[in-house]
Design a protein around this ligand. Structure first.
Ligand code: NOJ
Ligand code: MG
Length: 602
């Protein structure tokens, strides 16, 4: 990590002192839930067309019950031209035929409930597809019409309006504005699309937009879903006047050369009880992200969800917002329930950095009374089994190609298992991404002709993009498409390494990654680890993370020790209940390994 300070981390709370207090044992389900993300295109294909679908998911749900998660989150399955894999929605109330029907969605939700699993669906409010009926109407109705006002249309600059209204780029590369041809054939206004050209941004100052999304929330709640993951939750409101912006807009690669936290930052830099202070470099500086106006939208949504009573239906923000006290604003008592913790995902394999993120996240969320979530992988970033096998002094790339430096697969998996064991020892909720329980690596040698991520195409191949983490699941080693479906050719090719990692190769196999996840999840659930308090153990150092988790009223303290250094670590006296890899013969904890030790009752 280059310039990270050698000094013992003094700003992290001293060992033994409370960092985070335990939740009450009867806290609502979502405060400690482990939620499994299904990317519907790539989980299970029932009809052999090479694309995963809802009946495929329903048939495989018992696997998730056995894994031991509380809920699933499904990435979008709505009608879409699939220019951004379904994050470009044409109709928010129907299922795309490639995934099935609305009846299939109902069956999925019912089956999940029968198995004791809750279901979150994805809500995409920042933009629609250009094929959405509102956008078609906007094009037809022309400049100045109420139809155009539901999106962000502006006249161009320059003498003939030939230049875009401002300099904003698209997150996926290229300009953030596209000029339309008016009905009379003349070059016309421009519309804003922070993402792909096929994803026009909605105007959230428009009352109809607000009403429509309240209605969509009700539509899915009435069908029984338990909550929503909210796409680009920090993007809905843009700064008045849409001023030029010269900073970065990226979300899916780590822009900061110094790592997500900046070199040498400590807890106090990341966390302050005064959440109105906007520190330098905070996301709210960029006119398209994290504007204060987004919060009243979520207050309105919370009321809709609360009107359904118990058990709570929840909202989880996808907000790439820094620093953590800005994230906490999304989970104030009358806003969302959860927000993804991308600082945790972005932290490098560095004890001081991880400990700082953990403490800052817990402390900032405690101020607003919200639980923290933890996440290591999703459909937008390099899978952590590969990411942690990359040079940790460099920013996280957006995709890996065959001619890029390749991750160290053995080291990456070893660290990934240790990182997951650390994550699942923490209080709060956690999100898992499909296939991480198998230790799946990123597909790092996928031929370019398969790539679908708009990032790859909009940057003319300069940025590889996210296809490598979206490859179909391997279920059965000796089956067509590794058991993904009856057809032989899945929409993205599976790398060779996936065969030996298939579910049937790991089930019941001692030491497999799947059995490690099951053991961690089972222990966590049985002992309510997600509701526990947190203190640092004195074993913590510049290369060791050692935390104590004590759930309320269970007569138990768990010490989770992660060794990120080169030297073996002597574990505290107690019962080693799980470890992410074998301990040394003398009982010490080798590098890149996490052990859970149950302390004797004193
Ligand atoms: C976030 C989603 O996770 C990502 O996959 C998508 O491309 C963008 N939002 C745009 O909707
Ligand atoms: Mg299919």
């Amino acid at each position: 990590m280059g310039a990270v300070s050698d000094a013992t981390p003094q700003t992290v709370t001293a060992p033994g002192a409370i960092v985070h207090r335990a939740d009450s044992p009867d806290a609502p389900w979502w405060r400690d839930a482990v939620i499994y993300q299904i990317y519907p295109r790539s989980w299970a294909d029932s009809d052999g067309d090479g694309i995963g679908d809802l009946p495929g998911i329903t048939a495989r749900l018992p696997y998730l019950r056995d894994l031991g998660v509380e809920a699933v989150w499904l990435s979008p399955f709505y009608v879409s031209p699939m220019r951004d894999a379904g994050y470009d929605v044409t109709d928010y109330r129907t299922v795309d035929p490639c995934f099935g029907t609305l009846d299939d969605a109902d069956r999925l939700v019912d089956t999940a409930h029968d198995l004791g699993l809750k279901v979150l669906v994805d809500l995409v409010p920042n933009h629609t597809s250009t094929e959405h009926e509102w956008f078609r109407a906007a094009l037809a109705a022309g400049p100045g019409s109420p139809e155009r006002d539901r999106y962000i249309f502006r006249d161009g600059t320059g003498s003939g309006g030939e230049d875009p209204p401002n300099n904003w780029p698209s997150v996926f590369g290229g300009p953030g504005w596209t000029r339309v041809t008016e009905q009379d054939g003349t070059a016309g206004q421009w519309y804003l699309h922070i993402f792909d050209v096929s994803q026009p941004d909605l105007n959230w100052h428009h009352p109809e937009v607000r009403e429509e999304f309240h209605d969509i929330l009700r539509f899915w709640c009435d069908r029984g879903v338990d909550g929503f993951r909210v796409d680009v939750a920090h993007g809905l409101i843009k700064r008045d006047g849409l001023p030029d912006w010269h900073g970065a807009v990226g979300l899916y690669d780590e822009i900061d050369e110094e790592g997500p936290l900046g070199v040498g930052r400590d807890v106090e830099d990341l966390w302050s009880p005064d959440s109105d202070v906007l520190p330098h470099g905070a996301t709210g500086e960029a006119p398209m992200w994290d504007q204060d106006g987004v919060h009243e939208i979520y207050r309105g949504w919370r009321k809709v969800l609360d009107s359904y009573g118990e058990p709570d239906r929840i909202l989880c923000a996808e907000a790439w917002v820094k620093p953590v006290q800005r994230v906490a604003r999304y989970v104030r008592g009358d806003e969302m329930h959860q927000a993804f913790n991308f600082d945790f995902l972005d932290a490098h394999w560095d004890a001081r950095q991880l400990r700082t993120v953990i403490e800052a996240s817990l402390r900032s969320n405690d101020v607003v009374g919200a639980p923290t979530t933890w996440v290591l992988s999703n459909h937008d970033v390099i899978r952590h089994a590969s990411r942690l096998g990359l040079d940790q002094s460099r920013p996280r790339p957006n995709g890996i190609r065959a001619d890029d430096p390749q991750p160290d697969a053995v080291l990456g998996l070893r660290r990934a298992r240790a990182a997951t064991a650390l994550m699942l020892a923490l209080p709060g909720g956690a999100y898992l991404y499909q296939g991480e329980e198998l230790g799946l690596p990123e597909h790092t040698t996928m031929p370019d002709e398969y790539r679908q991520d708009p990032t790859f195409h909009r940057t003319k191949g300069q940025v590889t993009g996210r296809d490598g983490c979206r490859v179909p699941m391997p279920w059965v080693k000796d089956a067509p498409s590794l058991g993904f479906g009856p057809g032989g050719s899945p929409w993205l090719p599976q790398p060779e390494a996936y065969a030996d990692l298939a579910v049937d190769q790991q089930e019941g196999v001692d030491g497999s990654t799947l059995e490690l996840y099951r053991a961690l999840l089972h222990y966590r659930r049985t002992h309510r680890i997600g509701h526990g308090s947190l203190t640092w153990d004195a074993l913590s150092s510049d290369t060791v993370i050692a935390l104590r988790n004590t759930p309320e009223g269970r007569g138990l303290t768990l010490v989770a020790v992660t060794n990120l250094g080169a030297e073996p670590v002597r574990l505290p006296v107690g019962e080693v209940v799980i470890s992410s890899g074998p301990l040394a013969d003398d009982g010490t904890l080798p590098s890149d390994t996490t052990a859970w030790v149950r302390l004797p009752v004193t």
